[in-house]
Design a protein around this ligand. Structure first.
Ligand SMILES: [Zn+2]
Length: 435
């Protein structure tokens, strides 16, 4: 079978939109009657005011700050964001953001199953099937993505091997011992496992992994291709977040991501005004409404993810709306010396042209009135001093071409930069601290 849900994945666009409008009105009514937050926020709008998808644009968006604020009231810890009685909550999860207080996310058994079903779409689209033995090289803790991946793999009929409570070497031995042939990973940790395996004299391609789905961080195409080369396997991306769930995934055509319709209503809005839907090929901010989750209703959640809008057709036959790529987080975009800069561009350059670079970090500082942008890079320890010097010069040149900014490149000793498993923090803007 080609699709996880052959009916939903091939519906005509108009039918999809009709279903989404009807689901939107349902979740809107539910939010207004069951969540204190939305009772107050949406006081002046009634479900009957939403006759078309255009009417949705009149409804105010929701952002993370508001969720945090409303979680400070009773009942602890979800406060006014709860959409069901607290006795019906069966699962606690929280966001893994690096700044500010986390958002606590309640799931009922029903809403958790809704999330798993969404993930089944994502994994099936990435070619996960019952013959796969899926290794997850993490302890999942209170973070949501790998739990969803775990249970959705089970629902698909795969065999799941949880790889928590082991170090990287232990995980490599486990992959070999049990002959895992599929993995869920973060892009960073995928690269790290490969690097460690090579140090142990093992070629990561010899693991015989067929499929890998990445989660947790934005993944430039160059990083995805690098993982494919290292493991000789198919690597797939998806996008999502703890609050709205994963809402788009990559099919085997590997040309962009399909929005998981009609589970989500996704608007891709002009980033200046946040009003108008962008045209195909343009960059916009993704505003997401999960349409079937009652425990933690979200109406027009501003994900702050910048994406390029794509087509609503694909060689795989699915009719769902596509996005071409994830550009990055709006919070990570910076003006540096008047130039708009996205850290993802640096990763793209490094993964594409500098395979000798094993880890890196971007630091922006302020000296007097001047913004300085530093690239700290760690290269393969087997490189000669001369090659290290050449890499340093080439890095400076390539980054200048890609970003229009001059970087100060600093070569760091092997093992001195931090290594990440769940969420990489390779970009540090210290301008406020170094003024
Ligand atoms: Zn497709």
């Amino acid at each position: 079978m080609k699709y996880w849900n052959p009916y939903l994945e091939t519906l005509p666009k108009e039918t999809l939109r009709k279903i989404e409008l009807s689901h939107f009105r349902n979740i809107f009514s539910h939010a207004k009657t069951h969540s204190v937050f939305y009772q107050q926020k949406l006081k002046s709008i009634e479900p009957n005011d939403i006759a078309t998808l255009d009417d949705i644009k009149k409804i105010p968006m929701t952002d993370k700050e508001e969720l945090r604020k409303y979680q400070e009231i009773d009942p602890f810890p979800y406060g006014g964001t709860l959409g069901i009685p607290i006795e019906n909550v069966t699962t606690f999860r929280q966001t893994s953001g690096t700044t500010g207080k986390p958002v606590y996310v309640p799931e009922s058994y029903e809403s958790w199953q809704w999330r798993i079903e969404v993930w089944c779409h994502i994994l099936y689209m990435a070619g996960f099937r019952p013959h796969h033995r899926v290794f997850l090289p993490f302890g999942y803790n209170v973070y949501v993505a790998f739990w969803e991946g775990h249970y959705a793999s089970e629902k698909l009929g795969c065999e799941v091997v949880p790889g928590g409570a082991l170090d990287t070497k232990g995980r490599i031995h486990k992959i070999i011992e049990i002959k895992a042939n599929a993995m869920l990973n973060t892009p960073t940790y995928g690269l790290h496992i490969a690097e460690e395996a090579k140090k142990m004299g093992i070629d990561p391609a010899s693991f015989n992994i067929e499929r890998m789905l990445c989660a947790g961080e934005p993944m430039p195409t160059a990083t995805r291709k690098r993982l494919e080369e290292l493991y000789h396997c198919h690597v797939f991306d998806h996008i999502g977040g703890t609050e709205p769930c994963a809402w788009a995934g990559m099919c085997e055509a590997k040309e962009g991501l399909h929005i998981i319709e009609p589970f989500f209503l996704v608007e891709i809005l002009d980033r200046e005004t946040l009003q108008k839907e962008v045209k195909e090929g343009d960059i916009g901010v993704a505003v997401v409404t999960p349409l079937g989750r009652r425990s933690f209703p979200l109406i027009r959640f501003n994900t702050k993810d910048l994406v390029v809008k794509g087509k609503s057709s694909c060689s795989c036959g699915r009719t769902t709306q596509k996005i071409v790529e994830v550009v990055g987080r709006i919070d990570d975009l910076r003006k540096i010396r008047g130039v708009l800069f996205s850290p993802k561009t640096v990763e793209e350059v490094i993964r594409q042209q500098f395979q000798e670079v094993e880890e890196f970090e971007i630091v922006v500082e302020r000296k007097g009135l001047m913004d300085l942008i530093l690239l700290r890079a760690e290269v393969n320890p087997q490189l000669s001093l001369e090659s290290i010097e050449q890499t340093k010069v080439r890095l400076g040149e390539s980054l200048k071409i890609a970003t229009n900014l001059s970087f100060i490149v600093i070569m760091e000793p092997p093992g001195s930069l931090p290594r990440y498993t769940l969420k990489a923090k390779r970009f540090k803007d210290l301008r406020e601290e170094t003024k």
